[in-house]
Design a protein around this ligand. Structure first.
Ligand code: COA
Length: 171
């Protein structure tokens, strides 16, 4: 991660008192994957496996943990493209959901992406994931397309993805 991105993420770090400790971002590493995978398995019917995360880390993707003391509140993984960044995973630990942490993660993502000179953020989301869609729309994402049969679903079936994008303003 560049010094500029580090500065962006440092700027995004919020000091809050409601958890009795400082909330901060730290890079996801192989050493932190056990706690990430524990949250991932609680949060999704079709969780990412160890190899998904380790491949992202090996590829140098942006992967940040949101922590309160030793508690993992959530994390995101994103890939830089040409003038854009693609959100691959955003997760808030079930015990910490509905407290606004998704917006904190999205703000950190947007700050990092701006630091990479990205003009757009992109993501995919299941049409059945009403909560995530609500959060993305609240952040300013717009539904711009659909990918057929994108996600694994129950009983070996597949589910389409909604494609959403967000224009980053750099002024
Ligand atoms: C989606 C997710 C990241 C949201 O995180 P969060 O920290 O709970 O989200 P927030 O607290 O910031 O916001 C939740 C919002 O969703 C709303 N919401 C909750 N359930 C909802 C539902 N079923 N339909 C629509 N909106 C819903 C809440 O009212 C709140 O909106 P508000 O801020 O306008 O009141 C989190 O639920 C999560 O990790 N889910 C499992 C993994 C996942 O689905 N990731 C996204 C993959 S694309």
């Amino acid at each position: 991660m560049s010094a500029q991105s580090n500065a962006s993420l440092a700027a995004a770090t919020r000091l809050v008192k409601n958890l009795g400790t400082e909330v901060r971002f730290e890079p996801m590493t192989l050493a932190t994957l056990d706690s990430v995978l524990a949250v991932e398995q609680q949060a999704y019917a079709h969780p990412w496996q160890h190899s998904h995360f380790s491949d992202c880390l090996a590829s140098g993707y942006q992967a940040q943990l949101l922590l309160a003391g030793e508690q993992l509140l959530g994390y995101f993984v994103a890939m830089k493209g040409v003038e854009e960044a693609h959100l691959l995973n955003i997760t808030v630990a079930p015990t910490h959901q509905r407290q606004g942490w998704a917006q904190t993660l999205l703000e950190a993502l947007a700050l990092w992406a701006r630091g990479q000179a990205a003009k757009w953020l992109w993501l995919e989301v299941r049409p059945s994931n009403a909560r995530a869609i609500h959060v993305y729309k609240a952040h300013g994402f717009r539904h711009v397309g659909q990918r057929k049969q994108y996600y694994p679903a129950q009983a070996g079936l597949r589910e389409d993805a909604l494609v959403m994008s967000y224009r980053l303003h750099n002024d």
